[in-house]
Design a binder for this molecule. Structure first.
Ligand SMILES: [Zn+2]
Length: 417
């Protein structure tokens, strides 16, 4: 039987089938071995089939019938529950190392550095579903007009994503444990990734203001990482000092058709609670956006564009030793973080069904989510490296490609019959 182009690519670049086969089996004497269950979930996720009952349906008599064959939702759930997340993280690290070796992590703006963002995201909040790994909180909820206190169950995870590349690449995720803060969870993930990938895998880490805390910053530096973190009022003394010192004309100005930028650079600002000096860059941006306004003329609505500039001010704290590099680089680093909120998290939660609370049994959701994220990352790599770059006409969208993945599995069925 002819190989599916996505699987053939994964085998060529990552020796995929052999790597999946080396994963340890989590169950004893299973009828369906782990690589079969893994392939079913992984390929279904690459085709953007979300819930596990859909995986079952596609394997029974859908596009994965020939490739996988019948596999029940219960079997998938039980296998995911028994599988160690460590094994999937290792597979993700193997992918990341190979991507770096193949030059996929190179960028045209990051001056030879690999820049990663760390951030948290919430998935699967509900009032009834519960598993051992669920986090809990009390929320006020209106029932029949009366305000009641309800226990809500949810999951949060931390993600480390390379953002200096033309498209965001997830390196690893970790579920937040009960009693653990987002920052502690992210730090544990970073420590795990550095232990597996080595100290120079990522050069610079970018994060939002929540992460500007003395112990976190110290821990980053002991991992050999440079950092750029948004500075806001959660560090009031430092924020006030930075504001006072930039109360003067900007050091740098730039304007183009899309935006005007002013930038202030403070190479050494005293950060009293950390008992040290750090660099601060402040930027003021005016984006030349438009909005559509409707006015009436002779009782008919006329739509017209009106300028609606978007003004934003940002402060970035950093330990990056700029040397001869212009401080504009810090602005670029700070901005790079937005791609994960604006693109990666959105795509992954909607197209890849990350918020679908299927197989919400103890442990199953963790491994399921890790496989979904890995499938998203590799489908994205395939999309940029094979589909977009090889397209002679307008390339399909990422979602169209996922649909074509499904059709291709059907075609393979016809080939072999
Ligand atoms: Zn749960």
């Amino acid at each position: 039987m002819r190989r599916h182009q996505f699987e053939a690519y994964l085998d060529k670049v990552f020796d995929w089938t052999a790597q999946v086969a080396t994963m340890a089996e989590g169950r004893q004497n299973p009828t369906h071995p782990w690589p079969k269950v893994f392939d079913a979930v992984f390929l279904a996720s690459a085709c953007q089939f979300g819930p596990v009952h859909r995986v079952e349906a596609e394997c029974r008599d859908g596009v994965l019938h020939k490739r996988i064959g019948p596999l029940s939702e219960d079997t998938v759930g039980y296998a995911l529950q028994r599988q160690s997340p460590e094994e999937v993280l290792d597979l993700g690290c193997l992918v990341a190392r190979q991507l770096k070796r193949n030059g996929v992590l190179r960028s045209d703006w990051a001056r030879g550095r690999v820049v990663a963002a760390v951030d948290g995201i919430e998935i699967c909040s509900s009032y009834c579903r519960c598993c051992e790994a669920c986090l809990e909180r009390t929320v006020a909820r209106k029932v029949d007009g009366k305000l009641e206190e309800w226990t809500q169950y949810y999951h949060r995870l931390s993600a480390v994503t390379v953002v200096s590349t033309p498209f965001p690449i997830f390196v690893g995720i970790r579920f937040q444990k009960s009693g653990e803060t987002e920052v502690a969870c992210s730090l544990a993930l970073l420590q795990e990734l550095v232990a597996k990938l080595g100290k120079r895998f990522v050069d610079i880490l970018v994060a939002d203001a929540l992460y500007l805390q003395t112990p976190f910053v110290r821990a980053l530096e002991s991992l050999g990482l440079e950092w750029v973190i948004n500075l806001k009022d959660n560090q009031p003394d430092l924020a006030a000092e930075a504001e006072r010192l930039t109360n003067r004309p900007a050091d740098y100005r730039d304007a183009n058709a899309r935006e005007e930028l002013e930038l202030w650079h403070l190479p050494e600002v005293d950060w009293p609670v950390a008992d040290r000096l750090i660099g601060v860059v402040k930027t003021g941006r005016v984006q030349n956006a438009n909005r559509v306004a409707v006015r009436k003329q002779d009782d008919r609505p006329i739509r017209e564009k009106q300028p609606a500039p978007i003004v934003s001010t940002n402060y970035y704290a950093t330990n990056v030793d700029l040397g001869a590099i212009p401080p504009f680089f810090i602005h670029q680093l700070g901005r790079s973080r937005w791609v994960i909120d604006a693109r990666a998290f959105q795509t992954i939660t909607t197209d890849c069904h990350l918020k679908q609370p299927s197989v919400h049994q103890s442990g199953a959701l963790v491994v399921l989510t890790m496989i979904r994220v890995l499938a998203y990352t590799l489908a994205m790599v395939f999309y940029f490296r094979q589909v977009r770059s090889h397209a002679r006409t307008t390339p399909p969208s990422f979602c169209q490609m996922a649909r074509q993945f499904g059709y291709a599995f059907l075609t393979l069925q016809f080939d072999s019959s």
